[in-house]
Design a protein around this ligand. Structure first.
Ligand code: HEM
Length: 182
């Protein structure tokens, strides 16, 4: 799958991409499962802890990825890829970054404005960045619950395009794979 003739993303970009992808793919189902009725309390508490702290790690890594991406632009696509496809792919990537930020920030605001802990940040003695407010927590919760739909739709689109390129062996998937190494 690795093609020496294809210019690839840097090892840092590839590692961050796959690590954040795994984190997001775990965080979404955990977020849905932890809200199900009838869960044992310790299980629910554990899922909430994993979800909140995993979400904060995603937020930090997405910010790192945005800064890194500005400093290290994407390598050229193979010339066989039509410009319209390149434009759509770029739009989907920008929207994915934006939705991940919306999800992570709204989750953080929902929890902090509601007066709940974020264990990792509390352990580091980092104070809440938003005031305590039920109205703010409620708005953030609605944003968090709604933004997951376009996020999941875009992830499916992004993964579908990735699988298409993988099967077509046109060199596009090889730009982002393998996650580590040269
Ligand atoms: C990109 C990161 C994140 C994703 C993809 C994500 C995804 C989700 C999803 C899919 C749900 C279920 C929504 C529902 O069924 O109504 C959820 C719920 C929740 N998330 Fe996140 N989340 C993220 C980050 C965070 C962060 C950073 C926090 C807090 C620090 C957080 C706190 C919560 C809470 C408290 C709920 C339950 C909301 C409620 O009260 O109904 N999430 N999340």
């Amino acid at each position: 799958m690795s093609r020496p003739d294809i210019p690839r993303y840097t090892a840092v970009t590839r590692s961050l991409h796959w690590f954040v992808a795994l984190m997001v793919l775990a965080t979404i189902p955990i977020g849905v499962i932890m809200l199900q009725e009838g869960l044992a309390r310790p299980t629910q508490d554990l899922l909430f802890i994993l979800h909140k702290n995993g979400g904060v790690i995603i937020l930090l890594l997405v910010l790192v990825r945005i800064v890194w991406r500005m400093r290290s632009p994407a390598p050229a696509l193979p010339s066989t890829i039509p410009p319209w496809q390149a434009r759509i792919a770029h739009g989907v990537q920008v929207a994915l970054y934006a939705l991940l930020l919306v999800m992570a920030i709204s989750g953080y605001v929902r929890v902090r404005a509601g007066g709940f802990p974020v264990e990792m940040l509390d352990a580091l003695s980092l104070p809440p960045l938003v005031p305590r407010s039920e109205a703010l927590a409620e708005t953030a919760q609605q944003i968090h619950a709604t933004a997951r739909y376009p996020l999941v739709a875009l992830i499916l689109l992004h993964v579908g395009a990735g699988v298409k390129h993988l099967l077509a062996r046109d060199g596009v998937f090889a730009r982002i794979w393998p996650p580590v190494g040269r």
